[in-house]
Design a protein. Sequence first.
Length: 266
Amino acid sequence: MILTNPEFDILRKLLHESAGIHLTPEKKALVVGRLGRRIGELGLKSFGDYFLRIASGTDPEERQWAFNALTTNETSFFREPRHFAFLSETILAKHPRGETFRVWSAASSTGEEPYSIAMVLAERLGKAPWEVVASDLSTKVLDQARRAIYPMARAERIPKPYLRDFCLKGTGPQAGGFSIDRWPRERVRFMQVNLVAPLPDLGRFDLIFLRNVLIYFDPPTKRKVVESLLRALKPGGHFFSGHSESLTGMVPGLTSLQPAVYRKPE
């Protein structure tokens, strides 16, 4: 089945308007690979028929399936370790004891990032009040994250003290895997959020993670998403981006503290 340029343009427009994703021409082969079989399963004759179906709004479940298939969710535990060191040694070291500390992992994927955050908070704050809100566009990765079960190979980047204190080695049917211990896991709340749509009122946060997501947006969408998220960040709060994503000059008022670490004015 051939994906024509006009058909591809329909999908590009749909993804951009619905999710802010800027799909470059180089991704055409990826679209064919990820959606071609699905179109056959549905008995449709062309990519154009499929794109019109998911664009019409009459089949929201199929639209979500397509978004799940086309979004990339590369992640790992303790990815970009300097962020977690800064969180532990600088931010949490100065946080007043007894005050609730709230973090938003705004592109949480399969859960490795929010659970890494939770382990740091559990180690530094213990049973004191803290919360991690974790969101993603893909319902598929959110379901996987809520299960909190991972292959043992995914544990390689978890520092040994965290692995010992906050992870459980699988046995029996779960042998070869591990899970996140129940008590820090219960402090993580997962939900679907489309970052280019009006954001839900989730309260104010001390720290927002938005890493390795802005690379999929064009400049106006990047600015819109960051400005929207910053409204949910407390004055003096911190914002972490991916190391390949600079916010310098994008949004006035943010102070750069180190690569990919910013602070909102008081």
